[in-house]
Design a protein around this ligand. Structure first.
Ligand SMILES: [Mg+2]
Length: 234
């Protein structure tokens, strides 16, 4: 690729793929194990647009506990083990790549005009496990993305991604960055950076709900990418 025109940063869960609850199960098991909680069901965690480290910090804050040294890395190593078990050997149950994602990524690869990375609340390791399990890892440069272990606040992840891209020789003005995600938090994250926000209503928020947050482009799915390609060409 000569100089990439735009820097596309994709959210993972409910934007590119749907793990049918594997992420929630793995997080719930890790919280139960590490904090010795009784029971075995999923915990009522609000995952939409959250970051994994943000979830961990909120959980501790609700318990009124300070964070002892080493607890976070212990928690995330247990979580990673559970996520691996959940997704080992590929997607299980109803998990799937969302409609239109593979053909869009193929098309972007063919055009070879834009740099593709991830901006996700998943830890980097969790992101790699999910993307590899669903066969999407090859489309993205993991080293230039920003992850839920970079900062608990999603709004702080945009600058991390820009800095990483710059470190690899790709400097972008925020106006040449496009953040694609399924929640209001993805839209706010784009706004915070000064990037374009593309909202896709394939998660828990309807198009009408997302519209209230005024994304630059609102899609019902990635199946019809014409308007997204127009935005990239602009
Ligand atoms: Mg999402």
């Amino acid at each position: 690729m000569s100089r990439p025109r735009k820097f596309l940063l994709f959210d993972i869960d409910q934007t590119l793929l749907h793990t049918d609850g594997a992420g929630l199960r793995a997080l719930s098991r890790a919280f139960r194990e590490v904090f010795e909680l009784p029971g075995d069901g999923d915990l009522p965690l609000d995952l939409a647009g959250a970051t994994d480290h943000g979830l961990f910090e909120d959980f501790l804050a609700r318990r009124g506990e300070a964070e002892p040294p080493g607890l976070r890395s212990h928690f995330f190593s247990i979580y990673t083990d559970h996520l691996r078990i959940e997704l080992e050997g590929g997607p299980k149950k109803e998990g799937r790549v969302l409609p239109g994602v593979e053909s869009l990524l193929d098309l972007l690869r063919e055009r070879n005009e834009h740099l593709l990375g991830l901006l996700t609340g998943n830890t980097r390791c969790g992101a790699e496990i999910k993307m590899t399990s669903y066969g999407l890892a090859g489309h993205f440069e993991f080293d230039i993305g920003a992850y839920g272990d970079d900062h608990p606040d999603r709004n702080r992840l945009g600058p991390v991604a820009l800095e990483r891209a710059a470190g690899r020789g790709h400097t972008f003005e925020p106006t040449r960055v496009v953040i694609i995600g399924d929640t209001p938090r993805d839209i706010h994250c784009a706004r915070h950076l000064g990037a374009a926000a593309v909202a896709v209503a394939t998660g828990g928020f309807s198009a009408a709900e997302l519209a209230l947050h005024e994304p630059d482009l609102l899609l019902t799915s990635l199946e019809e990418p014409t308007s997204l390609l127009e935005l990239l060409d602009a």
